[in-house]
Design a protein. Structure first.
Length: 283
């Protein structure tokens, strides 16, 4: 692809008042999301996520739930969201087309994340939390596609924007599967006569396939793979070493993680090969 073809995606136009409004909205959204997330998660007292809805969202509630350590990735994602919020608010980023396309979507994702905590923890409504997390996942897919189709020319932007949004999407993909499984178990779903290990393996297989789809759409981007593989690996740890024990689900989670990892490596090697061939043709 020629340089001229990619320039419009990252071009800047003179800053307008709408750009300032967008920057302020993202900053306000980030502050609200962090404060509401702290309140919603019980950081200032009250129920925690693991204790919400009678433990429906705890690490041992379903065979799809990752082990507790897996949730430490939220600290990295929140740090990335704060970094993006500060970065996009810089005067030099005000009129960058990439932020014009992404800003409001990122703000929406942060508020939906806080809304999930309120639905799941403060309200104790697991099915409402499913609706919210599915909406969050849809917003993150939209953000990811915008990131893919609006290339960056800055390494800082690649880390802060692409890296953060990729990690965010990969982890929420795993969390969505776990959330839906928790809602089904809480509702008394009996598996239609099939053992829980069979359903768990099916869901984890779908999660792995979704990871491959993201890898293809993202042309082998690493960040979504890292968080998705992280989540799947901790699902396996939970099934091998925690409760409920489910060896079949644990093996499926590891296989799914390996497939996603291999898909990303293959896609990146292919992309490098194609770039090398393009340089040879141009020389």
């Amino acid at each position: 692809m020629s340089t001229a073809a990619t320039r419009p995606a990252t071009s800047t136009a003179p800053p307008a008042s709408a750009d300032v409004v967008r920057q302020v909205v993202v900053v306000v959204g980030a502050v609200l999301a962090i404060v509401l997330a702290a309140v919603g998660s019980g950081a200032f007292g009250g129920t925690s996520v693991s204790g919400a809805s009678g433990g429906a969202l705890s690490a041992d509630a379903t065979p799809i739930a990752p082990a507790t350590t897996a949730f430490s990735i939220w600290s990295v994602i929140y740090a990335g969201l704060v970094a993006y919020t500060v970065y996009q608010a810089l005067p030099g980023q005000r009129a960058v087309d990439r932020h014009r396309r992404l800003g409001y979507w990122v703000a929406a994702s942060m508020l939906l994340n806080a809304a999930w905590l309120f639905a799941a923890v403060q309200l104790g409504q697991v099915w409402l939390s499913v609706v919210v997390i599915v909406a969050l996942l849809a917003v993150l897919v939209r953000i990811f596609l915008l990131v893919v189709h609006t290339p960056t020319r800055s390494r800082v932007d690649a880390v802060v924007t692409d890296g953060t949004m990729g990690l965010y999407l990969g982890w929420v993909s795993v969390a969505t599967a776990a959330n839906i499984a928790a809602a089904l178990v809480e509702s008394g779903f009996d598996g239609l006569g099939l053992p829980s290990s069979a359903w768990s393996s099916v869901v984890l297989t779908v999660a792995g396939l979704s990871g491959v789809a993201v890898a293809v759409a993202g042309r082998g981007r690493v960040a979504p793979m890292l968080s998705l593989v992280w989540g799947l690996a901790w699902v396996a740890v939970g099934r091998f070493a925690g409760q409920p024990l489910d060896v079949a689900a644990g093996i499926t989670a590891l296989v799914a993680a390996a497939v996603v990892l291999v898909a990303v490596v293959v896609l990146r090697l292919r992309a490098e090969r194609d770039r090398g061939a393009s340089r040879l043709r141009a020389s």
